[in-house]
Design a protein around this ligand. Structure first.
Ligand code: SAH
Length: 382
């Protein structure tokens, strides 16, 4: 685990993004939490995911945000078994669709490309799958696109990049998204004695740091907020995530296909604050140093499923990640990978599998859902 960060920046010196956001707030008033998150993560010059190594001194120039040397690590970075089992899941989903040729294989937010590299390697058991796949990677970060290109350079499949899911070619489609929906911006609402109020980001006293404030008036009635809440409760609403789930559901319902979404989150809609900042594998204050730490919020699977369902799709899950991987054959895969290997190699494989699947680790908090064209069989693992 990384305990020190390559950036030894004086925390009192504002970053360019902090200066711009402070100027914006001074001029126009407080901004929503979603607007803050959007700029902190995706600002073209200084966003956490979007800025290049030259533009951002804080990020480990070699490692980028993801992986052991970066700020946070993900299941496909921890164990190759994760991507391999998903590769086999994708082959099965393709068979469930009647093995269409060609078909779109879309990954949302592929990070460093580990999941897709492992999945395509495992999917070689069905060469026709690789031949039929138009692999399309939806990635906002130029720097991560470059990493993905390097990682997938040896793959025989037809691979290209898209700015947006809506740009995917027509036709049957399989989608995979791991730890993608959690970085889509959330709005936050605070329950007061009398009504909901949107939580805003303002400048604190002295104007040298950001601070939360409340919008002066309640949100418009069409904002979808729960009735059951007590004063002080916080509710998070991820509008881009719900819009995307709806778009995926609508496309799969008309063109055919399945989507596998894995993320950390809750299965029931309800109040609770989950927005968090992570830097160098540690939690950091949410409003400090925008652009230099990863911001994410728990995924509200209940609302994603509802959005996809309303668009005409069938939905399965959520299933805990550990259960899902177990049903896909985690134990057998680990046994194959460890057979005849040295003690150290076998231990490393087992430790990785334990981390992604044990309920004390990532196996319970991370969950999988599947959005499907209606009328298909139950997907593997659900
Ligand atoms: N799936 C990877 C990486 C997760 S990090 C893994 O499991 O390791 C989130 C990824 O989504 C990054 O690649 C980030 O650049 C990308 N991303 C975030 N928001 C995006 C958006 N709106 N459009 C496209 N890519 C996005």
């Amino acid at each position: 685990m990384t305990t020190t960060h390559p950036d030894d920046r004086d925390p009192a010196t504002p970053t360019p993004l902090e200066e711009r956001l402070a100027h914006l707030i001074r001029t126009n008033g407080p901004i929503t939490v979603a607007d803050f998150m959007e700029d902190a993560l995706f600002n073209p010059q200084d966003g956490y995911y979007t800025s290049g190594p030259g533009a951002r001194a804080s990020m480990n120039a070699q490692a980028g945000p993801i992986g052991a040397a970066g700020d946070f690590t993900t299941a496909p970075e921890i164990s190759q078994v994760f991507g391999e089992l998903i590769g086999l899941w994708l082959v099965q989903a393709w068979v469930d669709l009647g093995a269409p040729t060609p078909f779109n294989l879309i990954e949302l937010g592929p990070g460093r490309g580990a999941l897709m590299a492992d999945a395509l390697r495992a999917a070689k058991v069905r060469p026709a799958f690789i031949d039929a796949a138009r692999v399309r990677l939806v990635e906002v970060s130029g720097r991560l696109r470059y990493e993905q290109q390097k990682r997938l350079a040896d793959c025989a499949a037809d691979i290209d990049w898209l700015d947006d899911f809506s740009r995917a070619p027509d036709g049957p489609t399989l989608v995979v998204a791991n730890e993608f929906f959690d970085c889509l911006p959330v709005r936050q609402f605070v329950r007061t004695e009398t009504s909901w109020r949107e939580r805003m980001v303002a400048l604190g006293p002295g104007e040298d740091a950001f601070a939360f404030s409340l919008a002066p008036a309640p949100p418009p009635p069409m904002t979808s907020l729960p009735d059951a809440a007590a004063p002080g409760d916080i509710y998070e609403l991820c509008e881009p995530g719900e819009a995307l789930a709806e778009a995926i559901g609508a496309r799969l319902a008309t063109e055919g296909g399945r989507a596998l979404v894995i993320d950390y989150g809750h299965t029931r809609d309800g109040v609770g604050e989950t927005l968090q900042a992570v830097r160098a594998h540690r939690f950091a204050p949410v409003l400090a140093a925008p652009g230099l730490s990863d911001l994410s919020a728990h995924v509200n699977f209940d609302r994603l499923i509802r959005a996809a369902f309303d668009a005409g799709a069938a939905c399965h899950g959520p299933v805990a990640q550990g259960v899902f991987l177990d049903r896909l054959g985690l134990a057998a895969r680990v046994e194959r990978l460890t057979a005849g290997k040295s003690h150290d190699v076998a231990e490393a494989v087992r430790a990785g599998a334990f981390r992604i699947a044990a309920s004390s680790q990532m196996g319970e908090i991370f969950k999988a859902i599947c959005i499907s064209a209606p009328g298909l069989s139950t997907p593997a693992g659900f």
